[in-house]
Design a protein around this ligand. Structure first.
Ligand code: SAM
Length: 233
């Protein structure tokens, strides 16, 4: 039996930091569901965009564990409280990552361009007035701007820079955002996609979508063979 992620009792918290919630658990369960592919992927560099408490990156490192012990992890968040809490969560689990306090939209260090093998993101997706975007602290966890898409729209240009031909991106989205429509839009940007997990909670219905660059046939074949799996909440 392989480890199922971070120990929630060791995940650190702060009033101004997003506490792991249904969407965080759905993302980690999607990574677990795709674990076989992830282990075979032999990633060297993984990044989380918007790390909050650090629960997801810590879980990914634990899920990939011994088979992939040479992976270098990066996490980024616009909220300085979140990057501090993430450092404490990582430390509590004996996981090492490079934690960066920065906006998704800011320029990446050149050394990271085209380097990432796996990117995970649980973005703020609640539709809000546009002027609320860029609020500080805990508000940045959920403020999604017009149609809930403003922050998501910032992610793809950055991901474009980070992506190598074999990068896999896992992203949480609300079902009301019409995941098939998102997949179509992304497809036009030459990404292929697959829904790894669907889950309904009392409050919302979530999807975790996996994206990769179109035309990487071996990745697609592996994906067709692996089944989508909902581990339940
Ligand atoms: C829904 S929370 C997810 C937190 C954590 N990944 C999880 O799943 O529990 C979204 C996170 O994205 C961060 N965030 C929002 N806008 C951002 C931006 N422009 N750049 C970087 N991080 C951002 C927030 O501060 C917050 O920590």
């Amino acid at each position: 039996m392989f480890p199922r992620g971070a120990d929630i009792r060791l995940v650190r918290g702060h009033l101004e930091v997003y506490e792991p919630c249904d969407d965080s658990f759905a993302l980690v369960d999607a990574l677990l569901a795709d674990r076989g592919n992830l282990v075979n992927h032999q990633a060297r560099f993984c990044m989380e965009i918007g790390c909050g408490s650090g629960y997801v990156t810590t879980s990914l490192a634990i899920i990939l564990g011994k088979e992939n012990s040479g992976i270098h992890y990066f996490t980024r968040d616009i909220n300085p409280h979140a990057t501090r809490v993430t450092q404490r969560t990582l430390y509590a689990h004996g996981v090492h990552a490079e934690v960066i306090n920065t906006d998704i939209a800011s320029r990446l260090q050149k050394r990271l361009v085209g380097m990432m093998d796996v990117i995970v993101v649980n973005p703020p997706y609640v539709p809000t007035p546009e002027e609320e975007v860029n609020c500080e602290g805990i508000t940045s966890s959920w403020v999604g701007g017009y149609n809930g898409c403003t922050v998501i729209d910032k992610i793809f240009p950055v991901v474009d820079e980070l992506l190598s031909d074999t990068t896999w991106l896992y992203m949480v989205t609300l079902t009301t955002k019409n995941p098939s429509e998102i997949c179509l839009v992304i497809r036009r940007k030459v990404y292929a996609s697959r829904i790894v997990l669907q889950r309904s909670t009392e409050e919302e219905s979530l999807h975790v979508i996996k994206f990769w660059r179109e035309g990487v046939d071996d990745v697609r074949d592996k994906d067709i063979m692996s089944s989508s799996l909902d581990l339940g909440s």
